[in-house]
Every structure is written in C-alpha cells, then in structure tokens.
Design a protein around this ligand. Structure first.
Ligand SMILES: [Zn+2]
Length: 286
C-alpha cells in the first residue's frame, strides 16, 4: 500500500498514469458525498475531471417534499460538479433504485460514450460493495468495469476503511461495506473544503444528513482507494537497478520527502515497494 501526503495531486498524473478522469456514479450526490474530495484534489492537480450519473436520484427519501426532485437534483449536480472543478459528462434517466433492471450493455455503452467525450484515461468508481451498500452503486461500478474492459482503461475505486464502516454501522444502524487495510492500494490525504462546498450545493440531500457528517468526521483527511483494474500505463514495470532487482527508491525518498506524509493511524503495515521511482519524492510506503 502507498500513502500520499498533502502534495499528492501535484504528482497525480504520474501516480495515476492519467490526465482525464471520469467518475461513474449512480446518483447525483455520489460524486460529491463519496468522490468529492478525490475529484477536487485531482482537478487541483491539473487533471481534467468529469462526472457521469446514471440516474437523476428521484427515489431519494431525503428531500421528498421537493415537488420535482429529479429536476432539482439535476440542478444540484451541475452546481456541485462546478464546485469540485468537474464537468457533467452525462446524466441519464435510468430508474433510481432499479439500475439492475437496465441491461448491462446499455449502461456500459453510456460509460464508454461519456469516457470518449472527455477522453478519460481513468475511471473513478465506488468500491464494488457499493460503500453504502446501495445496489445502484454496485451496478454503476459493474458497468464501469465492463466499459473499462472494452476500452482498456484502469479503474480506481473509492473505498471506506473497514473500521470506519463498522463504527458507522454500530452507531447509526447503516449498511456500509468497508474494506480491510490489506486491500487498500492508495491512501490519499485530502483537503475537504471543495467537497464541503459541493455538499452545500446538494441542498435536498445534505441538510439533515447525520450519516454523512459522521462518516466524514470518522474519515478525517484521508481517502482510501484500490485498483479494480490496472493497465500497463498505470503501473509500468519498475526499471531494473544495477543489481537487477527492482529498487523502491527508499533512500531517495528519505532524503527528498519534505512532506513527511503520514500513514493513517491504524493502517500501518510492513514497508513495501513503490515500484515507481518517479513518485519516490512524495510516497511513504506503509
Ligand atoms: Zn448514491
């Protein structure tokens, strides 16, 4: 696992091997409540960022008193995406809560079309467990993976650490699906200012949302991600050293890492290889 300090967006292109990222989401607000801090950081780092939402989120029980919730949530998505520095690359009318009834070939085709539109070379998704446990989230990720297979693109998943998910489920009787530390590939330190601004844009969903507030509190300034699909562009083979063994660049890192990036407490582990000397200056393996 690799941990990145506050300067990681500056090396995002080298870390992620991409210049344009498409977030594939089920509902308006997923891009913000779930992926917002990551999207904002990537945009800050100079990457092109875009959002695809497969539904208009009309089935939400939050904001149920809004007359035309689908239209309101579409407006909220546009405002939130702008706050995150992202464009909306697609907003579809598939039924909120029933994405599994939409043929996979159709969903994957829409992901491919959106990715083509913004020349995405990386897809960002919810973890396959859906994070909150919502079946639409799982379906959206499945569609992204099918599309990525067709396009040969890498897929990075936003995950929730297992301890955070457990705490939420105990405190608030939620159904979060966490991921054990061993499965996390990248831990990214984030600034949540843009995400909080985007959350405010989702007025129909955020005004009375204690679960969201508590989750962000438990996550602190860290996002955990893992690769669902890698390509050669994301993880090129490490160059051989004089001894013929791949070098981690640990010596260079110790001398050149002024950030002193901190591994998240409770997520420590044995030191491992970064396998990528290019990013040694900002990587601290844990
Ligand atoms: Zn959602």
């Amino acid at each position: 696992m690799q941990a990145f300090g506050p300067s990681w967006p500056d090396v995002a292109r080298r870390v992620l091997g991409a210049t344009s990222v498409l977030a594939v989401c089920a509902h308006p607000d997923d891009e913000t409540f779930g992926l917002g801090a990551l999207l904002a950081a990537l945009a800050d780092g100079g990457m092109r960022t875009a959002v695809l939402s497969l539904t208009r989120g009309e089935a939400s029980t939050l904001g149920a008193d809004v007359e035309d919730l689908a239209a309101e949530r579409s407006r909220e998505l546009a405002a939130a995406a702008a706050a995150l520095g992202a464009q909306v690359a697609g907003l579809h009318d598939h039924p909120d809560g029933s994405l599994e009834t939409v043929p996979m070939v159709e969903l994957a085709g829409e992901v491919v079309a959106a990715a083509d539109e913004v020349a995405a070379d990386l897809l960002l998704v919810f973890d396959p467990g859906g994070v909150t446990g919502h079946p639409d989230h799982r379906r959206a990720t499945e569609a992204a993976l099918v599309a990525a297979g067709r396009m040969d693109r890498p897929v990075l998943a936003w995950t929730l650490p297992a301890d955070v998910a457990e705490a939420l489920n105990q405190e608030l009787s939620t159904g979060f699906v966490g991921v054990e530390p061993a499965l996390v590939d990248l831990e990214l330190h984030v600034d949540r200012a843009a995400q909080l601004a985007a959350i405010a844009c989702h007025g129909s969903q955020s005004e009375d949302n204690p679960v969201l507030r508590r989750r962000l509190e438990l996550q602190g300034g860290v996002e955990s991600t893992r690769w669902l699909r890698r390509t050669a562009a994301v993880h090129p083979p490490a160059p051989p050293t004089a001894s013929g063994v791949s070098d981690t660049g640990r010596t260079a890192r110790a001398a050149r890492n002024p950030e002193g990036s901190q591994p998240r407490q409770g997520h420590g582990g044995a030191a491992g290889s970064t396998g990528d000397g290019l990013v040694a200056a900002t990587i601290e393996t844990t």
